[in-house]
Ligand binder design. Sequence first.
Ligand code: GLN
Length: 547
Amino acid sequence: MARYVFITGGVVSSLGKGLASAALGALLQARGYSVRLRKLDPYLNVDPGTMSPFEHGEVFVTDDGAETDLDLGHYERFTGVSARKTDSVSSGRIYSTVLEKERRGDYLGKTIQVIPHVTNEIKDFIAIGDDEVDFMLCEIGGTVGDIEGLPFFEAIRQFAQDRPRGECVFMHLTLLPWIGAAGELKTKPTQHSVKELRSIGIAPDVLVCRSDKPIPEKEREKIALFCNVRKEDVIAAPDLKSIYEAPLAYHREGLDQAVLDAFRIAPAPAPNLSVWEDVADRIFNPEGEVRVAIVGKYTQLEDAYKSIAEALTHGGMAHRVRVTLEWIDAEIFEREDPAPYLEGFHAILVPGGFGERGTEGKIKAAEFARTREIPYLGICLGMQMAVIEAARNLAGMENAGSQEFDHEAGEERFEPVIFHLKEWVKDNQKIARTVLDDKGGTMRLGAYAATLEPGSKVAEVYGTTTIEERHRHRYEVDIKYREKLEAVGLKFSGMSPDGRLPEIVEWPDHPWFIGVQFHPELKSKPFAPHPLFEGFVGAAKEVSRLV
Ligand code: GLN
């Protein structure tokens, strides 16, 4: 049976609960334990797949094809444990399961209520895979006191009560605001937040307090006294220069020790933090800098491309360079020449996206990278745009485009080089999509294998010819156009194992130009940078040396 750490937050949102959870996971691993992290989100969307990246940040995709909260990306980046469908759930999902069961008559005529039906569903979810790991870390989204979060808080309270004593520990994150006029860090919001938690039956064992100043001894004692924890259980969480410093910083503050103490594990196994020391060393002691332009649509909110930004940082760590990112709105290039914007960058990345807006600008960016021989990485939509660019500008198909975007139905000369895939194979099974499908969950999602052309750039980058990467898209490059495109030099260097779906394209004569139909950024880790990002940043580093 696993031991459980429940992570909750109070006072304000955005305190970095996900990061604290991920860092704790990494620290427990460093002490030799196995862990799994889970996110329980109170919102009513059944999954984040249909939420706008502007509102909710990127949608993280798991190997088994779940569209989840971006916090699962942090979990994977810090622990290396691949998340599963069963590691992320929302109120929407819980309620829809309960309602389905009710319709099926599973409850045998009972009145269906939040307690016990909804809370039981949550508890069952929490316990999935209970016997697989030493520690299960469950983060509850939102803040204590939110109406929609209540069933989750009630469920974890009951869960701890159902288990043998000492098997569940509650960790609560709060904020200590600095009041300049008084020259003090204030503990009252933390006291209130803990009071709120205790009023629903949860007494936190460990308090993680975010503040931009060190916590003076006096305030620490006060928090301990009023919140009913030991002084050592008040963990300071100062702002960090890099998120990858978090495991070391939390360890210095005693987080893992406090958690193990709360479980009464003594003596606790000593941690081996060498991986994180190396990561921190690479981040804080770069030997150069490369500048990468990201030409995208959701450029106002960095979280919309969270995994890409992190994967580029990892690529930089592999080469000991700092990667400076600049986000450029693709729409600008629909009005203006991209040259003045893109000159001076050492590499260009066009990320994934949905819908037509900005796509003509992305095509311009791909053209600029190709003709100026600047390293280019096109991810999903970014690959599709590179293919359209080649079709239009080199293969003589000036009306090449994607079926994703508006065009007159039946328009004669339209060449759908990117077409809407309706049927494909997964694990030897045919999957079909109909127009009647809901918006959510109709994409090619999760891990699919690809076969790489021996001798190609990607085969060299990966160091192998069989790979497996995560997908999230509806449209594909149409193999019908392969011959025409290869005739002008665009090589289809990675294909689905059945040879029907192009997975990777590259320009062999270009220093580094690769487009991939999948999302490599989702699998990159600071301690194991993804080969494509390592290769891409390496190529950018070459360019930076030349200028
Ligand atoms: N909109 C494109 C598709 O659905 C690309 C998706 C993506 O970039 N993730 O195929």
